[in-house]
Design a protein around this ligand. Structure first.
Ligand code: SAM
Length: 358
């Protein structure tokens, strides 16, 4: 396992060693051998990120300890937006932290955040997106399947004094539906009057119908026992920033996001345009079209492109208001490579006018 980092490692022994190396720039740490020690790859006197590993980069072995427990504790650390992040060996972290700052703040701007916003940070890793945007929202709910990354996220919230985040350790497909239901169906049971949030009578009926539909949906739901005093609060503005791995979002997550009508705005961050396009097709295909009589038992699916498969899957999406792709931007997190991050804003009709800032 190679973990890329840019500034330091959470281990006093390593830091002592690094100090001896003047301005050493740590670019990788490996803990994949059962017979540790930790190996740290460094480039001396280096400044910058994108060209950090010249072919002749020296590989330095730092013998830390034979006590594997101590080494297993080693976490690298880095900074984004002046927040400090601890990162476990198996947790994801963007290598180009300066560009990541731009990426996350762009996503935050497009998500139209405010104090009454509930932000779902789907595939949250060590909590980077949610934690850097936490000061701009009422509450963040992060979802991540890597337990070490979730432990990091909780620790990162704590060390940065951030209190309005909850991180759920689970596959998004297992909890997205139940979390949306937990937070978004509070409204009609709460004492808040609909006029307070601008809901008209016919829209209220729509919401109830959709909620009923949501209950009937066979989203695989697991209860999670995370307690958080904020979870009973009502938030007017509900948005999701999703940042899935290359494969994109699981169909169950797409269905949950699409069929929960109070989610009006979705910012999709992707490192793979193909899966982004496929997921956007399912999120944005109008129900009338998706329910068109087609050959639902199409046996040619094995030969389909991911977009073709998405169009096919969209046919079985429950009736729901589609999102619309509004704008997209590429953010070059990997200069001098063919890879690029993409950000796309998806929106639905803003019926609660006070949500819209523009
Ligand atoms: C591209 S990374 C983004 C991480 C984080 N948003 C960031 O910018 O640092 C994708 C993350 O999704 C997580 N992941 C992959 N599949 C998942 C799933 N089915 N449910 C929840 N998280 C998942 C990975 O562990 C990884 O942390």
């Amino acid at each position: 396992m190679v973990q890329i980092c840019s500034k330091g490692i959470d281990d006093e022994a390593i830091n002592v060693e690094l100090e001896k190396m003047s301005e050493a720039f740590v670019i990788g740490a490996s803990t994949n051998s059962p017979s540790l020690p930790l190996t740290v790859l460094v480039v001396q006197d280096h400044q910058g990120i994108s060209n950090v590993a010249p072919a002749d980069a020296p590989l330095r072995h730092l013998s830390l300890t034979k006590d594997s427990e101590i080494v297993a504790e080693a976490r690298i650390q880095d900074y984004i937006n002046n927040l400090r992040f601890f990162i476990s060996p198996t947790a994801f972290f963007q290598v180009n932290t300066l560009a990541a700052e731009k990426l996350y703040s762009l996503a935050g701007d497009w998500a139209n955040l405010g104090p009454n916003t509930l932000l779902f940070d789907v595939c949250c890793g060590t909590g980077t997106i949610g934690l850097t945007l936490a000061h701009r929202v009422g509450m963040v709910v992060g979802i991540e399947m890597n337990a070490s990354a979730v432990a990091d996220a909780n620790r990162n919230a704590e060390i940065n004094g951030i209190k309005n985040c909850r991180f759920v350790c689970s596959k998004a497909e297992d909890v997205m539906g139940s979390l949306l239901k937990e937070y978004l169906t509070k409204k009609l049971d709460s004492g808040i009057s609909d006029s307070d949030v601008g809901i008209k009578e016919d829209e209220k009926k729509d919401i109830k119908e959709v909620q009923k539909e949501e209950e009937n949906n066979s989203v695989n739901e697991k209860n999670n026992n995370n307690n958080n005093e904020k979870k009973m609060e009502y938030f007017e503005n509900v948005v999701a920033i999703v940042d899935p791995p290359r494969v994109g979002l699981h169909p169950t997550v797409i269905k949950a996001l699409r069929t929960h009508s109070r989610l009006r705005r979705l910012v999709y961050i992707s490192c793979n345009p193909e899966s982004l396009m496929a997921n956007a097709i399912e999120l944005c295909t109008p129900s009338d079209e998706s329910n068109e009589k087609g050959n639902k038992n199409n046996r040619g699916w094995r030969n389909m492109s991911s977009a073709g498969l998405a169009r096919h899957r969209a046919k079985s999406m429950p009736t729901s208001e589609p999102f619309k792709p509004v704008k997209a931007m590429a953010v070059d997190l990997f200069p001098h490579t063919p890879h690029c991050e993409l950000v796309m804003l998806l929106e639905r009709r803003i019926w609660l006018s006070r949500f819209a800032r523009e």
